[in-house]
Design a protein around this ligand. Structure first.
Ligand SMILES: Nc1ncnc2c1ncn2[C@@H]1O[C@H](COP(=O)(O)OP(=O)(O)OP(=O)(O)O)[C@@H](O)[C@H]1O
Ligand SMILES: [Mg+2]
Length: 351
């Protein structure tokens, strides 16, 4: 048969190929960058955004794509081209350990609103309860939520001479956030370079003193704050927060990939809003589907550190300015956060 296969036909067929381990197809997930006809032979190049750190996943993806195109359209040759994520991030130059701080751990997610700040705040507090000394850096310059979650919205860092300042201290945890520097409630309108400047200052000009952990709450995605942090300081690990849904998972995989490229090990995945415990009967209800965190962990060659239930009290505690691990240590969510803290502690390099 001598009919011409079109790019549109290829895209349509790709719309029926699911991403390994997920129900969603590769086109809807937005990882197909382009489809281009090869110069000769009637084949196609498919340019794919790399979304997983796992060679096995990328290998399976390549197999699924070329298999489908050959089977459905009779495409004679398929070349899969990977577009690596921010390859220049791999530069190791200029990253030193943060003096006085033993471990720096980043909390990140692909998507907004999955509970990163809630996890960062409770992880910091839980580590404190395990006897660690802890600082928490809120690197979300546009949407700082650490001051509110710690009930410290009215606090201001004390000046310490020169450019330096002391972190605010609450419940025995040292805090720094853009929220402490805003004089009124006006939204932050800084641009990228300013974000970098703020993160740099928070890291370098804050007198953190000596501490076991610095937890960093990052804004969602793979932007300036992540980049700056990774360039300025050696990271000991990252915790990826996700909800159990497909799309959030793929974004999370991309965030995980970015961390690996800056040589930051992924400690594991926190599946937040994972299940609902019925207050009357105590039964577990998996609202958003089950096992998503496990899928992500598997795809990234890492593990699930904790599953945090969705619970009104978690939000209420945050809104009331006292992390739930402190407010109600026996709460199921608090126990999950304590497990998370133990997992993070266990994963730290011993020196
Ligand atoms: N396990 C949970 N149970 C109930 N509510 C939760 C839970 N986790 C987070 N929330 C609530 O969901 C909202 C979003 O959480 P949070 O601010 O921590 O997310 P985020 O990922 O940091 O968001 P952003 O992308 O805006 O920084 C908050 O109101 C928070 O209190
Ligand atoms: Mg946040």
């Amino acid at each position: 048969m001598d009919r011409q296969i079109t790019v549109d036909a290829v895209l349509e067929a790709l719309g029926r190929v699911s991403y390994p381990g997920y129900a969603t197809d590769v086109v809807s997930l937005g990882i197909i960058e382009a489809v281009e006809p090869l110069e000769s032979g009637g084949g196609f190049a498919v340019i794919v955004r790399q979304a997983s750190a796992s060679d096995q996943v990328m290998h399976e993806l390549a197999g699924a794509i070329s298999g489908a195109l050959k089977r459905e359209l009779g495409v004679p040759r398929v070349e899969l081209k990977l577009r690596k994520l921010e390859a220049e991030l791999g530069e190791k130059t200029g990253r030193a350990r943060l003096e006085g701080t033993r471990y720096v751990v980043a909390v990140l997610s692909g998507k907004g609103g999955v509970g990163k700040s809630t996890v960062a705040v409770n992880l910091a507090m839980a580590l404190k309860q395990l006897g660690m000394t802890v600082g928490l850096l809120d690197a979300d310059v546009y949407g700082p939520s650490v001051p509110m979650m710690f009930g410290a919205g009215e606090e201001r860092p004390r000046a310490a001479g020169g450019q330096n300042f002391y972190p605010v201290e609450r419940y025995g945890v040292k805090l720094i956030s853009m929220g402490f520097f805003l004089t009124d409630k006006s939204p932050v309108i800084w641009r990228g370079p300013m974000v970098m400047g703020a993160v740099r200052q928070f890291l370098k000009d804050t007198l953190w003193g000596t501490q076991d952990f610095l937890i960093v709450d990052l804004p969602p995605g793979t932007g300036d704050a992540q980049l700056t942090l990774a360039q300025l300081v050696a990271l000991d690990g990252a915790v990826i927060v996700t909800t159990p849904q497909d799309v959030a998972l793929l974004d999370a995989a991309r965030a995980a990939r970015m961390m690996l490229q800056v040589h930051c090990p992924i400690i594991g995945v926190v599946e937040n809003m994972s299940y609902f415990v019925c207050p009357d009967c105590g039964e577990r209800d998996e609202l958003f589907g089950a096992g998503g965190g496990a899928q992500l962990a598997l795809a990234e060659g890492t593990r699930v550190l904790a599953q945090i239930p969705i619970h009104l009290e978690v939000r209420e505690a945050g809104d009331a300015g006292m992390p739930i691990v402190l407010k109600d240590p026996e709460h199921p969510a608090s126990r999950a956060f304590m497990d998370l803290a133990r997992g993070v502690l266990a994963a730290m390099p011993k020196d």
